[in-house]
Design a protein around this ligand. Structure first.
Ligand SMILES: *Cc1c(COP(=O)(O)O)cnc(C)c1O
Length: 379
């Protein structure tokens, strides 16, 4: 909770960092080595211990997705199935790999990819599916994997919202083909900017650790021992997408704090559900907040609610809200060719509203936000 001109401001989301992160950054500053070195290695080992899988850290979640797609052999001419209701980062990462993102509809209960719609869009060029774990929920993940198997597709999970979420008792990123996380400032944990790829596929992890350093073969290991390659070879397209020690030092502290972040986010979401589930003008996502660690908390408003007016009135009371997201098939770059409407996505987009969710809120803040919301829409 922040105050603005003596009025409480319930921020939609924010970075939750403190003395531990500041001290860690200051220590890297004092070392006079800010680039990629031992801190990145330490953060990767921490994430590997947490997820029980191989992990490679990169500059952000978007580059993590792009490198994961590239390492899966996705290339120009290929098609990748993905829900339209996601941040444009997912679409840009697919398009950066040279492939075409094929916009699919969503299930109305979880806002994850609608497999019936996706199956109609499979062609001989389809090579992968990118399930987006919207708001932290994964939907019917085992059905998604069965679909991928049936159609011979790689599955690259966009788990940017879902760090810490479990499915059938297992952490997202500890199961499946490939999972990608984002550590941008407002995600479930942050390293300032940053992201990672988690997988059991050793060759894929090796390929990404080279590709993130301009494709210089085995440069990662050199840097972890404080050295630099000079007599090197490059065998594929690489990018300048590695993580810095400055970023990793923040991530290391955030990972230690994650158990608190997780229970806080789950507690706040559970409270929102208690307060809003019986309100006729509001629909909620069907997520179980024992398993799901919510990154955002979207609600769906009844058609007769004027969302713009509601957002203005709530902001006047200090409640920030958001709209996640403008669907990608509405964007000129991704939608204008062969535009087709997506029934559930377009309906959801017209009525969706995201409420404040971050670990520095307390239960009383959620109560206040719900009070303001209900007093605006119930009359
Ligand atoms: C944040 C986000 C990304 C990309 O992560 P960055 O670290 O910001 O590049 C990808 N997909 C979704 C759904 C996101 O919310």
């Amino acid at each position: 909770m922040d105050t603005l001109k003596n009025k409480t401001l319930y921020r939609l989301s924010k970075s939750c960092v403190g003395a531990a992160e500041s001290a860690a950054v200051a220590a890297v500053m004092r070392s006079e080595f800010l680039g990629m070195g031992t801190k990145v290695k330490e953060f990767e080992r921490g994430l590997e211990e947490f997820l029980g899988r191989r992990v490679v850290c990169v500059a952000n979640g978007t580059s993590a997705l792009q490198l994961a797609l590239q390492a899966c052999g996705i290339k120009p001419g290929d098609e990748v199935l993905v829900q339209s209701l996601t941040y444009v980062a997912t679409f840009q990462a697919i398009s950066a790999s040279g492939a075409t993102p094929i916009a699919c509809d969503i299930c109305p209960k979880t806002f994850t990819i609608d497999l019936d719609d996706a199956s109609k869009k499979v062609t001989s060029r389809t090579k992968a599916i990118v399930p987006v774990h919207y708001a932290g929920g994964v939907g019917p993940l085992s059905d998604i994997y069965a679909f991928a198997k049936n159609h011979g597709l790689r599955a690259i999970e966009d788990a940017a919202h879902a760090f810490g979420t479990t499915y059938a008792g297992k952490l997202v990123g500890s199961i499946g083909d490939v999972a990608v996380f984002s550590f941008d400032g407002i995600k479930n944990i942050t390293s300032g900017e940053g992201g990672c790829v988690a997988s059991n596929d050793e060759a894929l992890i090796q390929s990404i650790s080279d590709a993130r350093l301009l494709g210089v073969i085995n440069d990662s290991n050199q840097r972890y021992s404080g050295e630099r390659s000079w007599d090197f070879d490059v065998k594929e397209q690489g990018w300048r997408y590695h993580m810095s020690d400055l970023m990793a030092s923040i991530g290391i502290e955030q990972l230690k704090r994650f158990p608190d972040f997780r229970s806080k986010r789950q507690e706040l979401a559970t409270r929102y559900v208690e307060l809003l589930q019986n309100e006729k003008k509001i629909e909620l996502l069907q997520n179980n907040y024992h398993d799901v660690v919510p990154h955002i908390f979207p609600i769906i408003l009844e058609k007769d609610v004027n969302r713009n007016a509601l957002r203005r009135n709530l902001l006047a009371k200090g409640v920030e809200t958001g709209v996640h997201y403008k669907p990608n098939h509405h964007l000129t770059f991704f939608g204008s060719k062969n535009y087709k409407s997506l029934v559930t996505t377009d309906d959801v987009f017209s009525r969706i509203l995201t409420l404040p969710m971050h670990p520095d809120l307390v239960r009383a803040d959620v109560d206040a936000v719900a009070d303001h919301l209900l007093s605006e829409i119930v009359n």
